[in-house]
Design a binder for this molecule. Structure first.
Ligand code: AMP
Ligand code: MG
Length: 363
């Protein structure tokens, strides 16, 4: 058990959160380093000096903080933590008993409402992103060893054969009977590219059902704001950087999710080359299309999560074209290989950064 380490890291993260305009983001680096060593844990809810009730939890392979204000904040936080643990148990590919693992062993089966929603949105994203987002990526994740830390660069023939199993167009969802079937033996799904966004959207709903008008969730560097701060001002959210304790910039948000995908979140090195966990379904290799960090800002947390992964895979030009077709749905902050930032015009006023920023316009 590593609860001591868990507590130490929480303290670091909270200090970070209190430091200047680096604001509420706890920083993904701390969370990434924990995933290997800390089993699922939740602390007790605590009341902070400004009246917020907050609770830390380790779930979905990451460190999370749930915070709410208001008369029923404590009950809301407790219900939120219960919901996070329930979704973790349902969706974790690491647990043999999870619904996703049961489906993967059988090549399909009956679906809970949550899993059906996640599969439906994932299949929609597969269509919308021309296959950049593919929920059937799991066999390739396994081959690279990302699922059990048995990291190794695969043999090209084996990779080619395994990639043949990755094809979301073969996954059939029946929304009347609430079932799914995978088209080919050996296919497996992985909702890891979208599950945290779904979780933050669910927690947001729970908060609202408890009358919480102000709150913040930090799910391993992915942030969901409920309303504004209690003084009416916006939340300041730092977007984490690939650097150990740096950040790309600070964004002012209200009632929105900011979800970031980066290769630095999970990777291994072999012969001096870094291999990360966001796979390009077109090649079976870690996506290498010029985007090294992708943050999506949207009132729809699940969409933000799915698109953070998708735009990372697409690369800058395709990501810009995609946004121009869907500019009402989200905004982005993308970092390219030279460390330059590209942000969409919808957040131009809300985002501040010391880096070189290009504002992407609708036309
Ligand atoms: P995220 O941190 O949201 O970008 O999600 C990364 C996770 O999504 C990985 O750990 C995999 O579980 C899964 N994944 C990797 N590549 C893809 C892809 N191209 N499409 C959908 N899910 C993916
Ligand atoms: Mg994602």
């Amino acid at each position: 058990m590593h609860f001591k380490q868990f507590t130490a890291i929480i303290t670091t993260a909270l200090l970070l959160a209190g430091c200047g305009n680096a604001a509420e983001n706890a920083g993904a680096e701390q969370t990434a380093s924990m995933s290997e060593t800390v089993s699922e844990q939740a602390s007790e809810p605590v009341t902070e000096s400004d009246g917020a009730v907050s609770q830390e939890i380790f779930a979905m392979d990451t460190y999370m903080v749930v915070k709410a204000y208001g008369d029923r904040a404590k009950d809301a936080v407790t219900a939120a933590v219960t919901e996070i643990q329930r979704l973790d148990a349902l969706l974790s590919t690491g647990s043999e008993d999870s619904e996703v693992s049961v489906l993967n062993r059988a090549g399909g089966g009956s679906l809970s409402t949550d899993t059906e929603t996640l599969i439906e949105r994932s299949l929609q994203l597969y269509e919308d992103t021309d296959g950049a987002f593919d929920l059937s990526i799991y066999p390739v994740m396994e081959l690279w060893g990302f699922t059990d830390d048995s990291f190794a660069v695969p043999d090209t023939v084996e990779l080619h054969d395994t990639l043949a199993l990755v094809d979301a167009s073969k996954v059939t969802l029946n929304t009347e009977e609430h079932t799914v079937s995978y088209g080919t033996d050996g296919m497996k799904i992985d909702l890891g590219g979208i599950a945290k966004g779904y979780t933050s959207a669910r927690v947001s709903e729970i908060f609202k059902s408890y009358g919480v008008e102000s709150g913040l969730l930090n799910l391993g560097g992915n942030v969901q704001a409920i309303g504004a701060k209690t003084d009416g001002s916006s939340w300041n959210v730092a977007i984490t950087n690939t650097d150990e304790d740096g950040y790309l910039g600070v964004l002012k948000i209200e009632d929105q999710a900011v979800i970031t995908s980066g290769g630095y979140e999970r990777y291994f090195e072999e012969d001096g080359v870094r291999y990360h966990h966001i796979i390009d379904p077109a090649t079976g290799y870690p996506a290498d299309n010029g985007v090294i960090s992708s943050s999506i800002i949207s009132s729809d947390g699940m969409l933000a999560d799915g698109l953070s992964t998708s735009l990372y895979v697409m690369g800058l030009d395709d990501a810009i074209a995609y946004w121009q077709d869907h500019s009402e749905e989200f905004d982005f902050v993308l970092e390219d290989e030279s460390g330059d930032l590209y942000i969409t015009e919808g957040i131009a006023e809300a985002f501040s950064s010391d880096l070189n920023v290009t504002i992407v316009k609708k036309e």
